[in-house]
Design a protein around this ligand. Sequence first.
Ligand code: MN
Length: 347
Amino acid sequence: MSEFNPNDIGVANGNFFGLPCNENESEIVLLSVPWDATVSYGTGTADGPQAIIDASLQVDLFDEKVPESWKTRAWTIPVSEEIYELSSRARQAAEDVIAALEEGAGVPEDNVSLQIVNNASEKLNKYVEEQSGKYLSAGKLVAVVGGEHSVPFGLIKTLGERYNDFGVLHLDAHSDTRKAYEGFKFSHASIMYNVLENVPSVSKIVQVGIRDYCSDEHQLIFNSERVAPYTDFIVNQMQFMGRTWDSICDEIISNLPDNVYISFDIDALTPENCPNTGTPVPGGLTFAQADYLIYKLSISGKRIIGFDLCEVAPAPEGEWDANVGARILYKLLVYTAQNRKSLIFAD
Ligand SMILES: [Mn+2]
């Protein structure tokens, strides 16, 4: 710590942002989950965590609202090769399933390829649950970096066993409340459906930015007392009629209980911020709006208990997606550190 100069360029020490913190010293652990087994459109999110680590070394560690942010006690669990390979194998099976569906053929539940994908997803969930449980038991805060949006399920489920009541602030272009999309039980498009079904301690999911979802999802999110939908249209309408983003953020946050988990799908942002993500959609939040919403939550008096960042897909020809992803991740990390106070190294 004493030799670390936050004004220098980041050092590739395996940690996100090259932060000077080891496993023992850490109070936040970042769990990379290189997984894109069930993506329906563009692949590549399995390479997200490593690309964000690489891009994160270019992020300036100073944040005007969290001046000591470079002292955040965050350590990064090394990216698991085993999970990356399991994802690649499951992805091949998933392509067989998607091809059959696109030809109009039905895919029964006992289809071999479908079972390979669903079994792989169960294994992944177990891995994330085990890692989360290990570090939560050690008193640390756990955050997941995906990978596609199915990956934080194990963390949210594990938090559900430790908290009686918490909310999810869900930023996304999609509602992700489909039941077993394309037959994949743990699809990226089903993460919030699976949370509602399997994690009863989640009393409220507040969705922001959603603008591409189906009629069944509309029925569910507008009729469930456990969901507060702030669709992109609703939020834009408020602004067009003169509401400020500041007051909309306050309203969004007021729907959440005291303990809050943040689930950030990068496609919540406008597509120029994530051109290579799996399913980019026009519209969405600007970087500044998303930053301000998370910041406001962090100073709202509510307690952030974990977070994820998913669906960042690096482009073969440039690092823009990973660059934006790294900056969102840094905001999530340092605002959480400030929110939890004890997470900063004392001088
Ligand atoms: Mn999503």
